[in-house]
Ligand binder design. Structure first.
Ligand code: GAR
Length: 205
């Protein structure tokens, strides 16, 4: 079967990448395959997960490449080389330019660890999102998968899932519950959904 070729972009531990890999193995994702992992951090444990699963990976850092433009040019060239159809930002903590997001309009999705439009946008990433949710005292939080456009966390919402905040939660405890109950489920689901749609629209790039 013709499958959508996915590049997963990461910066850290890669538990969402792992959930995607596991979903490809279990069949939850059947219309897409992970063809590439790109990291902007040499030390990202996600790279180990890629190599453990024989997935090609590449590392590009702004520091090495000298500018945002050169950084994105290197990423685009790698995506082209591997004939990537869909980009999944799974804990990729670097902002992409408007040129980049326009080039891949409706072909980049992102997982964000809150119910957008709460606790999102510039400066809200990783644990900071959960710190802000606890500080505000919300009783329900969650995760969102959305298309990526030029506005940070501003693109069309694809899937969301709510998660309860418990008494005594720390940012770390809340982060883990949001990952387990929401992120690791809705990100694979969204990849399958978007891949089916892309294939129906005429398939791969
Ligand atoms: C995840 O919680 C993801 O939602 C978040 O970073 C974490 C990465 O974990 N992303 C953002 O905050 C984006 N604004 P992982 O590397 O274990 O998948």
């Amino acid at each position: 079967m013709n499958k959508i070729k996915v590049a997963v972009m990461v910066s850290g531990g890669g538990t969402n990448l792992q959930a995607i890999i596991d979903s490809c193995k279990s069949g939850t994702i059947s219309h897409a395959e992970v063809a590439l992992v790109i990291s902007n951090k040499k030390s990202a444990y996600a790279l180990q997960r890629a190599s453990d699963n024989n997935i090609p990976s590449a590392v590009f850092t702004k520091k090495d490449l000298g500018s945002q433009e050169a950084f994105e040019k290197a990423i685009i060239s790698e995506l082209d080389k591997r004939h990537i159809d869909l980009i999944v930002l799974a804990g990729f903590l670097s902002i992409l330019s408007e040129d980049f997001t326009r080039r891949y309009s409706h072909r980049i999705i992102n997982i964000h660890p809150s119910l957008i439009p709460s606790f999102c946008g510039q400066g809200y990433y990783g644990l900071k999102v959960h710190e802000a949710a606890l500080e505000r005292g919300v009783k329900i939080t969650g995760a969102t998968v959305h298309y990526v456009n030029e506005i940070p966390d501003g693109g069309e919402i694809i899937l969301q899932k709510a998660v309860k905040v418990n008494k005594g939660d720390t940012p770390e405890k809340l982060q883990l519950r949001v990952m387990k109950q929401a992120e690791w489920k809705i990100l694979p689901e969204a990849i399958e959904l978007v891949s089916r749609e892309l294939l129906e629209q005429g398939g791969n790039k």
